[in-house]
Design a protein around this ligand. Sequence first.
Ligand code: ASN
Ligand code: ZN
Ligand code: CA
Length: 331
Amino acid sequence: DVYKRQSQYSGTVTLGTYLSGSTYQLYDTARGGHKTYNKARSTSSSAGTLFTDADDKWGTGSTTTSSTSQTPAVDAAYGAQTTWDFYKNTFGRSGIKNDGKAAYSRVHYGNAYVNAFWDDSCFCMTYGDGEGNTKPLTSLDVAGHEMTHGVTSNTAGLNYSGESGGLNEATSDIFGTAVEFYAANSSDVGDYLIGEKIDINGDGSPLRYMDQPSKDGSSANYWSSTLKNLDVHYSSGPANHFFYLLSEGSGAKTINGVSYNSPTSNGSTVTGIGRAKAVQIWYKALTEYFTSTTTYAGARTGTLSAAAALYGSTSTEYKAVAAAWSAVNVG
Ligand code: ASN
Ligand code: ZN
Ligand code: CA
C-alpha cells in the first residue's frame, strides 16, 4: 500500500519492501539489496535492527520524538533509492562502487545527534534525529550528499583536507542537489540550497547556498590563495558556485519558486548550459580526470578535459566551463 509510506520531508513515496514469511522488511531488492536499520538512539558500530512491519504501511509523515518511529526510515530509504536511481539513470553507475551492490542505511543514530555521515568502513549511511530528536537529517539532498562521499571515495579519492577537501565537499553538494532535482518531488522541490528542509540553523535557513556561497556567513564565493585554510565545508564554495554558474548562469533567476542571484569575481556575465550537461561534465571529471590531490586549478583542467571529450574543444559547453571557472577566480 504505497499510500501509507509517509516520509517527513518528501510526502507520500513509493518504496521497495520485501515480504519475508508474513513480515515486511524495509529491504529494496530492486536496487542492490538496500536495507534500512534502526539504531534506536545507540551510537554503537553495529548495523542495528532491520525495520519490519506487519502490513507494509510505513511512517506517519509527522514529527515525533519516538526512537522507534518509522518515518525517518521512510525518508532514508527514499533517499537511498532515489540516489541509486539518479546515478544509474544519469551516468549508468550501478551503486556507489558501480558493482550492483547497495550500501545500507541507519537512522535514529544517537540522542539528538545533529549530523549525518557516510562511512567507507561499514559501507553504510547514518542519520541522527537532529535537534530535540525532531529534525532527522534525512532529507533528500543530505542523503545524496552523504552517499556521494562514497562515490568520491571509490573514484577520484579526493583527500578530505585543503583544496581537494573543498572539491570533495562540493562534489557531494553538486550531486546531492542533482539527486533532489532528479526526484522532481513536489514536497521537496529541486533547488541550489543544501539542507533547506532540516532546519539545522533553527531559523529556517539552509546550510549552504550554491549561487552565492558566502550567504551562509562562512563559505567563500571565489578562489584565493588562502582558500585551502578553510574548513572543507566552506572551501567547497567556489566549486559549488562554479557549478551553479555553469548550470544557470550569473545574475538573478527564480527556479521552482526559489530566487537566486549569482555574482562573478571578474564582473563577467556567464551563460549557463543547463544542469544536465553540467553534471555530466563534473561526473566525467570526477571519475576520469580528478585524483586524490586535485586542486582548484586541476579541477579547471579536469572539467575542461571532460567538456572537450563530451562536447568538443570548440563547443559552447567547453567555453562555458572556462568562463564559469574564471568567474570564480580560477584560471
Ligand atoms: N555531514 C558531514 C559531511 O558530509 C559529516 C562529516 O563532517 N563527515 O561532511
Ligand atoms: Zn560532506
Ligand atoms: Ca536542497
